[in-house]
Design a protein around this ligand. Sequence first.
Ligand SMILES: Nc1ncnc2c1ncn2[C@@H]1O[C@H](COP(=O)(O)OP(=O)(O)OP(=O)(O)O)[C@@H](O)[C@H]1O
Ligand SMILES: C[C@H](N)[C@H](N)CCCCCC(=O)O
Ligand SMILES: [Mg+2]
Length: 203
Amino acid sequence: MKGFIVTGTDTDVGKTVFAAGLAQALRASYWKPAQSGLEGETDSQAVSRLAPDADVLPEAYRLATPCSPHEAARIDGVEVEDGALELPATDRPLVVEGAGGLLVPYRKDLLAADLFARWGLPAVVVARTRLGTINHTLLTLEAMRARGIPIAGVAFSGDAEPVAESAIVEIGNVPNLGRLPVLDPLNAQTLADAFAQSIRLDR
Ligand SMILES: Nc1ncnc2c1ncn2[C@@H]1O[C@H](COP(=O)(O)OP(=O)(O)OP(=O)(O)O)[C@@H](O)[C@H]1O
Ligand SMILES: C[C@H](N)[C@H](N)CCCCCC(=O)O
Ligand SMILES: [Mg+2]
């Protein structure tokens, strides 16, 4: 199976936007294993809008409450099963987006990192550029390495912060995949253009 995991330093850092740019560039299938929070646009709906040539697969879990998947599942009375969290079959490259950051629980005994290690796809770490990101990103990289998760690199999201970006890349000894700037408007065209111009990723 070819493809990428898209993880991040936190929730709300731009994983879905990056994953949409990547899925469009690769004409990939996109999969969000667990969507927690169903009000407003879900991540899969955002990818459908932002990546018109991507093939958006159904989520394994659609949970009502916008919180950690383990808790959202408990609230909905849903049992999270390993069998439902196997990578879906597809003829295309697969882009998989985690919920929140690396150590978010899907069950109390099953973290996102456990799934990523099992799946074995190279993972992109999406990191916001604002203050605090050096610590969050280096912690994420260290935890990935401790678990043997292959790292494709770090992709930044937000306004340029060259000092923080270079600290992460040099101290973390990690490929810099580039930075998606804040797009206004954010739509399929502006994202495809920014992705092509700014992101370098061996595919
Ligand atoms: N490059 C960008 N330009 C403009 N807006 C952006 C950009 N990246 C992210 N956003 C906006 O920031 C918000 C958070 O981004 P996004 O949904 O991609 O985060 P996430 O990391 O996927 O969060 P979650 O953990 O909930 O999956 C969204 O409203 C999104 O549209
Ligand atoms: C609801 C949110 N948008 C994400 N889908 C889930 C984020 C879980 C974060 C859990 C945590 O790290 O405290
Ligand atoms: Mg998302």
